[in-house]
Each structure stands twice: as structure tokens, then as C-alpha cells.
Design a protein around this ligand. Sequence first.
Ligand code: GLC
Length: 454
Amino acid sequence: MQDTGSSSELITSAHRALVVNRAHGLTVPHLQMFPAGYLWDTAVIVKGLAVFDAERAAAEILRLLGAQWRSGMLPNEVYFDTNRFRRWIHGAHPDTPTGLTTSGITQPPMIVRSALEVGRRLDQDARVAFYRAALPALAASCRWVLDRRMGDRDLAVVIHPHETGMDNRADLVGPMAAHWLTGTTVPQRLTRTALLLTVRTGRNLVGDCRTVPVGHRSSHPEVLAASLQTHHLRRLGYDLAAIRASGRGVLVEDVGYNAVFLDAARCLQELAAELGPDAVRDHLPPDLPAAIDRLAAGLESLWQPDVDVHGGGYVSRDARTGAVLPGATVAGLFPLLVERRPERVRTMTDRLTDPGKYWALVPPPSAPLDSPTFDPTRYWQGPAWPFPTDILESGLELAGRADLAAELRHRYLTRPHGLEHAEYQNPLTGAPLGARPFSPAAALTLRFADRRPG
Ligand code: GLC
């Protein structure tokens, strides 16, 4: 059965999903598989919550912002406890807030746009109170990127593939494997075999492969490479300057992260402006307008006119060498959030709506359908996920293509197996994959249904 469900069934089940996944004052992505706060998951979840309870959505944003590091960094993963094993994995960094265990890396900061949009659903007094409460943390996170993460070419640098939100994205796995898994001496090979065995055993016993086939997740070598990079970063205190100096570790000028960050910086200006000139003066980095201009120019340098037969596209770059990372992915469309030139928007929307590339039964796939490595069921190598759907729906609205945004929402709401609220789906058949019910998927249903005409 293609379990699309009636409209009311869909909404009831989406509400239920957000109830069962509650823990620690947050709606977590999935109670068993992801019982933690995740930065870009929360950004999507709160917009769905806000449709029926904007106060709760605002409270959840503030709860997550409570995990901010003293440096201003917003971690991608937050556990509201101090479990020793988790502490060991992530390391005990002095910047971590007391009483929590967090990762030392971040994720695309969609939370700023979400805060702005959640606030708009509150009444005037509650909105002002919420913006006042959220602004210092949001501004500090922006300051942190500008001070600590800018690279040589006016772009923010991500220090781990998980910072893109798309762990084993097609253009990231090659550089990661080349960097971490290619030693050819006998000791290197032996160590690698032993480590791979450990990764496999760990994932089968206590990790994601207990419940999901490995063919639907990142491969064992991909997880090993990511873990080796985490280990290296932890030793160096997650500090970009130290990581660069070490010569080890893959560093990326990621198009997805930078497009979201540029949008976030503009949302921050909008949010502060609603509170008045004092808030702007007291909280925003004084150089923010200039930084935004530089970032826009940096993003422009990621546009490559010869990258695709349809006339150019956005790519990511190796931050050490400046080399383009080969392999088109949906992250190359995230600049729809910030692009306003009609010609450029058209090139991107043509690609998005091409049935041979991204306009699948369940759009958008994480990699284009015609890419040589496209795999419809393997984690970020092809399946459709709620996060890019959320970003592109906003991007289409902002870029003046409300018609396509409505079409994307319609396809999402009528997709097969929508009632399962799956973590990701086969974009060709809609087959549900990964954890379910997954809160970001359910939240998107509520947000999109709320905008349905009539
Ligand atoms: C996985 C996904 C990431 C998400 C997290 C929690 O790591 O790749 O995008 O934030 O799970 O759902």
C-alpha cells in the first residue's frame, strides 16, 4: 500500500510523532536513534511546532541555545546529561556549558531563520520577549563564525563533514577516504582492518546498524574516516587555526553551510531591527554589513560556469588547496536562499525541476538522479531528506518562485508513505528509510499543510 493517508490522518500522525519524540524539554529527532538536540533538526522541528504552539517552539529554541559554547559555537549535537561514554567520544572542552555533553562541531545555522519565523507567530509582547532572549546567543554564534571560522577566500570553513549536516555527501566521501584511509604500509593496513572491525562491531551492537541495514547508512569506511577526523579535531580543541597548521584533516568551503550562514546573518539583522536601534547596536557585530558583503562575494566564487551542461552551478571547495570538490549534490541549490538575480535563479530552478536530476517522485534527492554515484537508498548519496526540502522551499519563496514552492509542498504532502514520517525516503519510489517517526519529517508536514490553499 502506498500509505499517503488522508489529509487529517497525515496531520494527526504528524502531531503524534512530535509527542512521542519529546525528551529533556525538547522535541528530539527520534527517541531511540537520536535522543539528543540537533541544531538543524531543531530548526526544522520548531517551525512545525509553531503551527500549533508557538510558545513551545520558542521555548525549544531557547533550550537548544542553552547549549551554546562559551566561544559562541552552537554544537550540532547536545545531550542533556554528562554520560561518561559520550563525554569520552566528544571530549571535555573548557568551552562546553556545565551539565551538558555536546559535540565540538556545528551544523548549518538555519536556527536563525527559524527564530525569526517562530517569533512571527507569537503576539507582539511575546515576540519581543522571545527575540530579546534569543538575540544575544544568535548574535554570538554569528560572531563566532566570523571570528573563528572564516578561511582565505571569504567563506566559512567546515572542519568535519557532519558540519554540512550531510554526513557522507557524495562530494565529501572521496576526499575523506583519500585523506584518512589510504596508507599502504603493512602496519597501516593492519590498523585499518582492526579499526574497521571495531566500527562494524560497535554499530551492530549499540549503533545505527542494530535497526537499519548498513546499506541504508554511511558505509563502515565512511564512518571510520569521520571518526578519525573527530579524534584529530578533539585533540586540537576543534580549533580551525590549529587544524590548518597540523596539515591533517579535511577542511571544506561548503556551499550549503555558507548559503545558510549568509541567510542567517541577514535574518539576524532583521530580527535585531525589529527590536530597535539599541538592540542592533548592543548585540550585532559592528562589521556585520561588511562581512555579509564579503561572504556574498565568497559565495559567488563557488559558482562555476562550466560545472554542468545547463550552464553553471555552485560547488564546494577544498579549503586547503582551493580545488573544487567534484560531484553535484543538492547543497549546490541551497544558494536559492540568497540568490536574487533572475538568470541565476532560473538556472537553479531549471535544475531543481528537471525530472532527470532533482524533480523526482519525492523531491529533492540528496544527489541528482543522473549522477554516477546516485544510490536511492544510501543515506546522503541519493535519498530525499526533510532538511534540504525545508531549505529549498524557503529558498524558492525568497527567490520569487512561490509557484514552485507550492508545488514542492504539494509533492511532499502527497508523497507515498507520508504517514511514516521517515528520516529519509527513496526519491524514486517513496519507500521509507531510516528512523521513523522522525520529527523533522513530521514537522515539515505540519508546516506545509498549514500553507495549503483552502
Ligand atoms: C544524521 C544526519 C544529520 C542529522 C542527524 C540527526 O547525522 O546526517 O543531518 O542532523 O542525523 O537527525
